[in-house]
Write a protein that binds this ligand. Structure first.
Ligand code: AHN
Ligand code: ZN
Length: 332
């Protein structure tokens, strides 16, 4: 068994230098010294397993047995890691009138702590493969290994780590449902309807605890593809520029600058938008964004190829360790 520690000696030197003071007495130097921050090691093997376990249920499309089974799995994992679990079961109406038996799942650590950070992802999978090269697949649901499972798996592994060693702040892990039931590309007449992010929109208007708030939120979406690139997303920069900076800096320090690139991406309609709008919590979206690909979200997005063959432990490690670095450095 091994652990690794990240010591923050640098902060002391930087602070002293920024004061422009030299020749301080030894006591005042030691008073400025910050205690070393210990960040547990994110285990990408475990995150990979949690991804595979979700995918093994089959596509987690609302109103299917796979969806019920995976929802139960997420609840039992959060409980196993010591979180207080809340559930919202609600019928939400999709763009075409389909009633979706949706389930938002929330796991809270230190629920009595008023200083909170929310980490969230969508756990449902898309009922369409409308970006698949073969139109015969348009009505086939996707495995959603990257689009859904990988991000939830990353949050499950973070939950497991928190269960073993608490950061100073309270953490809420939120798995939102019915994100990916948006109007498919082939349905031309319905393109104007806003149809994505139904679960997060419901939660943001009706949080599991009245007047719920948090210092900030971090959304993970599509964080497990090989060689993924995350650009600074537009709404994140508007809503929480300091959190974007903090997360990208953490990634640089950890050596993940090739994933968290120093570039601004476009604005993306995603779960964070609803949390920003209705709860007024500053949020960022860590989302694979590659303008070189046609969709912007990589070649496998909303195709049959979004499967376990295209999940990378290296990418899981980069995202998971970066988020852990940030939350374990927060003071209460
Ligand atoms: C849009 O396509 C407008 N937003 C991306 C939301 C999404 C879908 N994330 C995963 N799947
Ligand atoms: Zn999707």
């Amino acid at each position: 068994m091994y652990r690794y520690f990240i010591f923050f000696v640098l902060a002391v030197t930087t602070f002293a230098a920024s004061c422009g003071q030299t020749g301080k007495s030894p006591e005042s130097k030691s008073r400025m010294k910050q205690p070393a921050v210990e960040v547990p090691l994110f285990n990408a093997d475990s995150a990979y397993t949690y991804t595979a376990e979700q995918v093994a249920f089959g596509p987690r499309v609302p109103n299917t047995p796979a969806h019920v089974g995976c929802g139960n799995y997420l609840v039992s994992q959060l409980k196993r890691f010591g979180a207080a679990v809340f559930e919202q079961n609600v019928e939400l109406t999709a763009y075409d009138g389909t009633l979706l038996k949706a389930r938002n799942i929330i796991g809270s650590f230190q629920p009595e702590n008023n200083n909170r950070i929310m980490l969230f992802a969508h756990w449902d999978s898309r009922p369409f493969s409308d970006r698949d090269p073969d139109p015969a697949n348009y009505h086939t649901p996707i495995d959603g290994a990257n689009d859904g499972a990988g991000a939830c798996a990353t949050l499950l592994e973070i939950a497991r780590q928190i269960g073993q060693q608490q950061p100073a702040v309270g953490i809420d892990i939120l798995f939102f449902d019915a994100e990916d039931w948006g109007v498919p590309d082939f349905d031309e007449k319905n393109q104007h309807i806003s149809s994505w992010c139904l679960g997060s929109d419901f939660w943001a208007r009706n949080p599991h605890k009245q007047n719920y708030t948090a210092r900030y939120g971090i959304l993970l979406d599509m964080v497990s593809a090989p060689n993924a690139r995350f650009m600074k997303e537009g709404y994140s920069l508007q809503s929480a520029p300091d959190i974007v900076r903090k997360v990208w800096e953490a990634a640089q320090i950890l050596g993940y600058g090739s994933y968290f690139v120093a570039a601004n991406g476009s604005t993306i309609e995603d779960d964070h938008v609803h949390v920003i709008r209705h709860r007024r919590i500053p949020c960022i979206d860590i989302i694979q964004y590659d303008p070189e690909t046609e969709s912007g979200f990589g070649a496998y997005w909303h195709t049959q190829d979004d499967d376990m063959d295209h999940v990378s432990k290296k990418t899981l490690q980069a995202t998971g360790q970066t988020v852990m670095y940030v939350i374990y450095h927060e003071k209460n």
